[in-house]
Each structure stands twice: as structure tokens, then as C-alpha cells.
Design a protein around this ligand. Structure first.
Ligand SMILES: [Zn+2]
Length: 91
């Protein structure tokens, strides 16, 4: 089942995620030659960090930041308006 609020759970994530820098939701490659967004994955991949929470960066379950595509980010924000998002400059 596909649930936008769960990291790595897009229907085709594992099929697509062999791409470099896959979107954390759907596995499609995220372009880094233009500004892009990253989200922070916690609890060993079970959920995304929220902007309002105090994240423990030493926690073993903190998997760090993952790129997310703009379509998925839009959907995720509908379901999880408080999701923590980091804007990155083009690389
Ligand atoms: Zn995506």
C-alpha cells in the first residue's frame, strides 16, 4: 500500500530507486542541478521529521536527509502540513 506519509513506501520506490538520488517517496530521480528539497527521515525509516519537533541527531533511528520530488512534497504537505523541509541550492 502506498502512503505518502511513510518514507520509501511509494508503489514503485524500490523498482525506481536505483537511480541516483531517488525521491524518498516514489523513487524517481530528483534533479540536483536546480534547487530541490530534502526531508529528514526518523525512526529507522518509519516516518518524516516534523518542523515542530526537537530532533535528536544522535539517535540511531535518525537516517538523515533524503531528497524529495516536488510533486511528492506537495502531496506530503497536504497530509502532513508540519513536515520538516530543507531547501537545497542546485549543486
Ligand atoms: Zn517522488
Amino acid at each position: 500500500m502506498s502512503d505518502i506519509t511513510r518514507p520509501f513506501s511509494g508503489k514503485r520506490y524500490f523498482e525506481r530507486s536505483e537511480a541516483l538520488d531517488p525521491c524518498v517517496c516514489c523513487g524517481k530521480a530528483v534533479r540536483r542541478d536546480r534547487p530541490f528539497s530534502q526531508v529528514l527521515v526518523l525512526d529507522g525509516g518509519a516516518r518524516f521529521a516534523l518542523a515542530s519537533e526537537d530532533v535528536d541527531h544522535d539517535d540511531n533511528g535518525n537516517m538523515g536527509c533524503f531528497a524529495i520530488g516536488s510533486d511528492c512534497l506537495r502531496q506530503l504537505r497536504k497530509e502532513l502540513p508540519d513536515v520538516y523541509v530543507e531547501r537545497k541550492k542546485a549543486e
